[in-house]
Design a protein around this ligand. Structure first.
Ligand SMILES: C[S@@+](CC[C@H](N)C(=O)[O-])C[C@H]1O[C@@H](n2cnc3c(N)ncnc32)[C@H](O)[C@@H]1O
Length: 214
């Protein structure tokens, strides 16, 4: 795996990360053991900071997996805040539900089971904050749907835009060639979207951050 920042700096920054609560540690362990991809600690901390700053009333997450990031969002919402999170895998959603119940966040988090490409077309509400973290070959479609659902002034937060460093290197292993192409194509679209003030930040696996300005 290619590094986005040098290991010494990463280790130095990581040395400040405090241990999270028992449930979060349990979810991290589950993700490691079952090879479920979840946000990095650095990216999830940044996501929590943005939720604290922006205090969104309505958040949409595309890609729940086992609800690691959902719980990190949910626990920072205000009393009026609500998270809608979409997951297409029926099996994984049961595990997500269990962790959300353990976190006592069932009133804050609305789990939607199905393909986001279909569910998002039916959503009637607009969102203050959207977190996109689904299959990379769906990013363009899900991004376009997200733009329609994002309020003016709203924030879109997208994971994996540096794609383990491969987005920015010529030496891409064979098995990553297609996914890297998807990410590179997507990054061009994201960074050139006129309605967004957008940047790609070297946090975790690369975070796309966009504010809807028009
Ligand atoms: C990287 S994981 C999400 C990790 C999670 N956000 C976290 O950090 O804890 C991506 C998840 O998105 C789901 N997914 C991918 N494409 C989807 C789609 N079109 N609709 C709904 N879920 C999707 C996958 O099943 C997978 O569980």
């Amino acid at each position: 795996m290619k590094k986005i920042i040098y290991p010494e700096q990463l280790e130095y920054i990581s040395s400040f990360i405090k241990q999270d609560n028992v449930l979060i540690k349990k979810i991290e362990k589950y993700a490691r053991e079952h090879k479920v991809p979840i946000l990095s600690k650095a990216s999830s901390k940044f996501l929590e900071q943005l939720i604290i700053i922006t205090q969104p009333k309505k958040v949409l997450e595309i890609g729940t997996a086992i609800a690691y990031s959902s719980i990190k969002i949910g626990r920072n919402l205000s009393s009026e805040g609500k998270l809608y999170t979409i997951e297409k895998s029926r099996d994984i959603i049961e595990i997500a539900k269990n962790f959300i119940n353990k976190a006592k966040l069932e009133d804050k988090i609305n789990l939607l089971n199905g393909d986001a490409r279909e569910i998002m077309l039916k959503l009637k509400t607009k969102f203050d904050f959207i977190f996109l973290d689904a299959d990379k070959d769906d990013y363009k479609k899900l991004f376009n749907l997200s733009l329609k659902l994002l309020k003016k002034g709203g924030v879109i937060f997208i994971d994996n835009l540096l794609w383990q460093g491969f987005a920015a290197t010529n030496k891409v292993p064979k098995k990553y060639i297609l996914s890297t192409k998807h990410i590179r194509d997507f990054n061009k679209i994201f960074m050139r979207t006129p309605s967004l003030c957008a940047s790609i930040l070297p946090i975790g696996d690369g975070i796309g951050l966009g504010i809807k300005i028009k």
